[in-house]
Each structure stands twice: as C-alpha cells, then as structure tokens.
Design a protein around this ligand. Sequence first.
Ligand SMILES: Cc1ncc(COP(=O)(O)O)c(C=O)c1O
Length: 393
Amino acid sequence: MKKPHHDFADRTAHLEPEGAYEVLAKAQQLEAAGREIIHLEIGQPDFQTYPNIGMAGIRAIAAGETRYTPSAGIPALKKAIADNTGRRIGMEISPAQVVVGPGAKPLLFFPMMALLEPGDEVIYPDPGFPSYRAIIETMGATPVPIALKEEKDFSFDMAEFSEKVNDCTRLIIINAPSNPTGGIIPAADLEAIAAAAKKHDCWVLSDDIYTRLVYTDEPVKSILTFPGMAERTIIMDGFSKTYAMTGWRLGYGVMPEKLADVVGLLHTHSVGCTASFTQLAGIEALSGDQEQVARVRAVFLARRELIVKGLNDIPGITCRKPAGAFYVFPNVTSFGLSSKEMANYLLEKAGVALLPGTSFGPMGEGYLRLTFTNSTVAIEKALELIKEALSKL
Ligand SMILES: Cc1ncc(COP(=O)(O)O)c(C=O)c1O
C-alpha cells in the first residue's frame, strides 16, 4: 500500500548519523561557548594534500579538464590503479577490473547494491566501520556481525566466524588494518576466510583503505591473491587516507570484470562520474613522489608510540599497539561507566573529543576510539587532561 507522503521508504528507517560527526558537533558547540577542545575524534590525516597532487588538480581545472568522464573512470587513472594495486599485492590486475568513484564509500555501496538481495546474510566486523551495517540494511540484507576480540589483537573471533558462515552468506566484509581498532588479520585467518568463501560460494569485500599505513615489517597480504579468490573478491580502496585527500572524494574498487560493468552502470545512473580534475590529481598521486607517504607514516608511527604509552600510563586504561591505521582502541572497562558515558565525561571534563567504542557496534562497549591525527603537542596535552579527569572518577 502507498505510504502517506511524509513517510519515508522502510530501507532508510535504520539510518543513523556517524558517531564522529555527532561528537564533532558537540565539541564545536563547546568551542563556540569558549571552551578549548582537543580533537581526537575525526579519522582523517591532519596534513594538507601533498603539493604535487594539489597542483595537478589546479592545472587540470586551468586546462579546462572540467567535463564528464567515463562513468567508471578516466582510462589513464584506471590503468594507474590497476598497475599500482597489482604491484603492491603481487598479481596482474586489468584496468577493466577497476571502477573509480567519488570516494571509497561508493565502492562499498554499489558493489553491495549489485550483489545483495533481501534474505542474503552479510558477515562484517563488530566493532567496525559504521557504513558496513548501514549499507547492508539499506539493501534489505541481513547483517551478521562477528566480534573482533581484543585478546586476538582485534582480529575476527574465528570460532564465531565458523559458526556463522553458511550457505546463506552472500558476502564477507573484512577490513585490515581496521577502523576503529588498527588490528590486522593474521595470514592463517585470511586463509580460513578464503576457504569458507569458496566452500559457501560467497563474495569477499576487502576494505583496504589503510593497507598502506601499517607499522609492521611485513606488508598486509591481500585475500585476492589466494587461489580461487579472484572471481569472488572486491577490493575497496582509495586516496583519502594515503594521500590526505579526504575532501577530494576519490576512491576505487577492483573486482571481476563482469561485476565492474554493473558497478560502472550504477555509477552512470547515480553519480554519473567522478570529478575529472580529482581523477587527474589521482594519477599524479599514484605516479608522483611516494617519499611523502613514507614520511607521513613515520610521523604516525612516532605518534602511535606516544599515545599508546601515554594511555597505558593512565591507571585503569590498557591499550594495545595498533598494527596499522591511525586509531587506538583502549580498554576502559575498569571505570565502570559505559563507553558513551566515558566519552561524554572526557569531552566535558577534559575537553578531549573522542568516540565511544559503541559508535562502531555493540562489541565496542568498554572501549574508546582516539585518532592520532593531531600534533604530538596536542596528543601530549590530551593525555595529561584525560589522566587528570579520570583520577577524579
Ligand atoms: C574503514 C574505512 N573504509 C572506508 C572509508 C571511506 O573512505 P572515503 O572517505 O574515501 O570514502 C573510511 C573513511 O573513514 C574508513 O575508515
């Protein structure tokens, strides 16, 4: 039956704002009232886009590169992405497998739109990036969260995984290094996930947005390279984090050609294409100087040491060292408050904006997420303020 005009479609009923934007809004209210707030809530690099990339975008606009492009991306960018991804993961990728989108998020949304039907089950990490569940539900599919366990360095609980994966599973979403925990997936677990995907004939979507920001000596292994996985794997990746390009909106997916064709059509009939000059800046990002990526990684590495040590020095907090990304996920259960109460308390009393672990799913209860996308000085100050505020609890 037709709904009254002011009722919205059921598929939107579950949608909620992202926790980071809510906390940012509260923090900004306090700032407007004159409070000084240290921001450790937003997950974006605190560096400017590297100058060679910015200039490539400006040059493209000045040269009149401001028209529609093919929906799935400019061929030269698709080739650069295929070559770059292939080189990093150690297998040949064809440009026809690449779809470029306005940010990485569309490469979560459109492949899921292309694959999921009501009743399909989708496995995803909890705590995990909030858009996974939101998109699964938007498609009418059934979300099946799997806990990331602290004692497993925030990798999947594989016992729970084996119990929950079944013939109704259509898609398994993995994310390593993870937002919000910084954890990675051990090779043995990846192998088990690949084996289960083949056994139950499902797809794997690997959110690789942080794979170039790892602090281990070994690069993160891609599930795409496991035997039999090329036909069932989607890599979602992008430029936002590696090249400090969050506002440019540039991401991509690598997937089997037939799926890439459908995802390209979904781009045609929704966003049309990604901004032309943004794509041209993306070519420069991949083909230009990569030294700055290494330099920024070294900066994040030093901050990781500082924040992990500082948090562990605070009585009542324990914090694991994240293997990658720019997040820490300390355990604060000893204070006896909920994550949300802790985050509110620290914003109001210490003036430090951070997120409750539950912004990333119910399994985040007992944890907080702090980003180290702020200066050493700001992080040191935040640690002092947190310590002082918690000593009064
Ligand atoms: C795990 C994860 N996946 C995807 C994205 C989306 O990236 P983009 O800004 O390129 O859409 C983010 C951004 O925060 C993220 O943390």
